[in-house]
Design a binder for this molecule. Structure first.
Ligand code: AMP
Length: 193
């Protein structure tokens, strides 16, 4: 079962993706985590993307698709894959479907974590303030605002895209973390049965 978790920065995609991964024995591909590891390891990819990430911009589609294609190729026999933070553009979404179908795989579910933008903004500003001197270069107020605006322009069109093309579910991401998890688990269980 292959699943996309969609939502703006700060919506809880990483937390919920890890929860599903642990509970259902799936694998999780977080393009953000993969890129941050490359930055920390100072690989050629890492050096290329460091400043882009710090500013809150998107990394080039081609680079992301190369990483994800490789990941899919290496994990095609897993029980399930959770895509966390990918796709982020329509082009990435189109290409994902092509790569999956080349391995006779499909996209089973797209789950949006729907959040109130104003509450989210104050939440991520608090997070940025609490984390000053933190480990993530892009968790400061300016970068977070930029990431939110990039989400609106480039990623949120995916909601309509998936409403038309896939099994799309929207979950209220403003509830307590455990409640959000419960809702996601029940969507997955219905698909699995
Ligand atoms: P995240 O941890 O998912 O918020 O990602 C952190 C940063 O990594 C983003 O702000 C982008 O700069 C970059 N990034 C992660 N995933 C993607 C993607 N699918 N496409 C383009 N850039 C990405």
């Amino acid at each position: 079962m292959n699943i996309i978790i969609l939502g703006p920065p700060g919506a809880g995609k990483g937390t919920q993706s890890s929860m599903i991964t642990d509970l259902f024995d799936f694998v999780q591909f977080s393009t953000g985590d993969i890129l941050r590891e490359a930055v920390d390891a100072k690989t050629s990819i890492g050096l290329k993307v460091k400043d882009i990430i710090a500013k809150g911009d998107l990394v080039a589609d081609e680079l992301i698709l190369e990483i994800i294609s490789q990941k899919i190729a290496n994990n095609k026999n897993e029980k399930g894959i959770i895509f966390d933070g990918f796709p982020r553009t329509i082009l990435q979404a189109d290409e994902l479907l092509k790569v999956l179908s080349s391995y006779e795989m499909k996209l089973d579910l797209v789950i949006e974590l729907a959040v109130d933008e104003n509450i989210l903004l104050s939440r991520i500003e608090t997070r940025a303030a609490e984390n000053s001197g933190n480990t993530r270069d892009d968790d400061n107020k300016d970068a977070l605002k930029k990431r939110l605006s990039v989400y609106h322009k480039q990623t949120s069109p995916l909601i309509d895209y998936y409403k038309k093309h896939s099994n799309f579910f929207s979950v209220d991401g403003m509830m307590e973390i455990n409640k959000v998890s419960e809702n996601i688990i029940s969507i997955l269980n219905k698909r699995l049965n």
